[in-house]
Design a protein around this ligand. Structure first.
Ligand code: SF4
Length: 348
C-alpha cells in the first residue's frame, strides 16, 4: 500500500502564559514527537483515553491547529496525475489553497450542531467549501449539492432547511456531505458517532464504509470506542499521553496486543475478553498531566510491568513482526508477564 500521509516527529505544545509580561511558563504537551504513516485508501483508527492527543493529531493534519514542530508529509496528486510530497506544516491557508490541497484534507466533528452555523440554510452550508475551490453558476451549484445530499442518504427537499430542523443522525449526514463536497483524499472523523443513538451510529458507520469504497477515500477515525474502531478500521494506532504506543492491523491488535496499555484497554471492553470475560487488567491511578509528563516511558507510573529502565528511557516504536509496531522495553516478555501476573493469556 502507498503512503498518503506521514507524520514525522510531530509536536504540538500549547503554551501556558503567566506573569505580568504574560510570557510562556509551561506548555501542555498534547503531541510529543509522534511518527505515524497513513496509507492510501485505509481507515486508520486512532484510540486512547480522553486527553491523549487523538483529536489534536487530526486537527494538526487538517491544519485546524498549527503543529509546533515536525513534518506532516502529504503525498499529493495534481490534476495531471503527477505526484509530489508536500510538508503542510509550514504552509499558510493561502498557500494550501494555491497548491490545491486545502480541500483535499477534511474533517467531520463529533457534534455536527456546533460545527454548522445555525443561521445558514443547508444549501449555503454545503456550498461554502465548494465556493472556496471553484466558481459554479447557481444552477450547477444546486445540482451538485443535491447530488451530495443523495450520496449521504438525504434529498434535494432539504436544501432550504436550517440545521435545527434535522435529527442528530441527519445532521451528521449533512456534515459528511459538506466534508466530501470538495472531493477530498483524506478525512479525519473525530468521534463522528459518539453523540448518536446506537441504531443511528450503525447507519452512519455503514454510510462511511460505503463512501470509502465508492470514493476511495482515506480516513483517520478518532475514537475511544474500541468496538466501533474494530468494525470500521483496517489498522489501529493506540495513543497514550501524546505518544503513539502501538500500531497494528485490527485483527492483530485484538488477537495479539503487545503493549501493556493496549492490553488494559482491550481487557476493559464489556462482553469481550482477553481470555475470559471477567479477566481484566485494572490500571491504577489517573493519566498523568500533559503539563508534566513522566520521564522515560509515559505509561510507567501505571504499568504493572515497569522496571527501572522504564523510568528513564523512552521506548521507541519497533516492528515486532507483521508490521505491528510497539513501544515497550519488555515487549518480548509481555505475554509471559500477563500470564504470571494476572493468570490468563492475552492471545485470543
Ligand atoms: Fe510498561 Fe516499561 Fe513497557 Fe512502558 S516500557 S509499557 S513502563 S514495561
Amino acid at each position: 500500500m502507498e503512503k498518503l500521509i506521514e507524520l514525522k516527529n510531530l509536536y504540538k505544545h500549547y503554551p501556558i502564559l503567566g506573569g505580568i509580561l504574560r510570557h510562556q511558563i509551561n506548555a501542555v504537551k498534547a503531541l510529543d514527537g509522534i511518527d505515524l504513516d497513513i496509507m492510501k485508501g485505509e481507515c486508520l483508527g486512532l484510540v486512547g483515553e480522553s486527553g491523549c492527543g487523538k483529536t489534536t493529531t487530526g486537527k494538526a493534519i487538517v491544519k485546524l491547529h498549527e503543529a509546533t514542530k515536525g513534518e506532516i508529509l502529504f503525498h499529493n496528486k495534481n490534476k495531471a496525475g503527477k505526484e509530489s510530497v508536500i510538508d503542510v506544516v509550514p504552509l499558510t491557508n493561502r498557500k494550501m489553497k494555491q497548491k490545491g490541497i486545502r480541500g483535499k484534507l477534511q474533517m467531520v466533528f463529533q457534534d455536527p450542531t456546533t460545527s454548522m452555523n445555525p443561521r445558514m440554510l443547508i444549501k449555503n452550508i454545503i456550498a461554502e467549501p465548494i465556493n472556496e475551490q471553484v466558481k459554479l453558476s447557481s444552477r450547477e451549484m444546486e445540482s451538485r449539492i443535491k447530488k451530495l445530499l443523495d450520496t449521504v442518504g438525504l434529498g434535494g427537499q432539504h436544501l432550504l432547511r436550517y440545521p435545527h430542523e434535522f435529527s442528530g443522525g441527519q445532521r451528521q449526514r449533512l456534515a459528511i456531505a459538506r466534508a466530501i463536497a470538495t472531493n477530498p483524499d483524506f478525512i479525519v472523523l473525530d468521534e463522528p458517532t459518539s453523540a448518536l443513538d446506537v441504531s443511528v451510529q450503525a447507519q452512519i458507520l455503514n454510510l462511511l464504509k460505503e463512501l470509502q469504497d465508492k470514493l476511495g477515500m482515506t480516513y483517520l477515525f478518532v475514537t475511544h470506542h474500541l468496538l466501533v474502531v474494530k468494525y470500521i478500521s483496517s489498522r489501529i494506532a493506540v495513543m497514550y499521553l501524546g505518544k503513539i504506543v502501538e500500531v497494528a492491523q485490527t485483527k492483530d491488535l485484538f488477537e495479539n496486543p503487545m503493549h501493556p496499555y493496549t492490553l488494559a484497554l482491550l481487557s476493559a471492553i464489556p462482553n469481550t475478553n482477553i481470555d475470559k470475560r471477567s479477566k481484566r487488567i485494572v490500571l491504577e491511578g489517573d493519566v498523568p498531566s500533559p503539563l508534566n509528563p513522566p520521564a522515560g516511558c509515559r505509561f510507567h507510573p501505571r504499568c504493572p510491568f515497569a522496571i527501572d529502565r522504564c523510568r528513564t528511557e523512552i521506548p521507541k516504536l519497533e516492528d515486532v513482526g507483521n508490521g505491528q509496531l510497539t513501544a515497550c522495553h519488555r515487549k518480548e516478555d509481555v505475554a509471559k508477564l500477563v500470564k504470571d501476573t494476572f493468570g490468563f493469556s492475552m492471545k485470543r
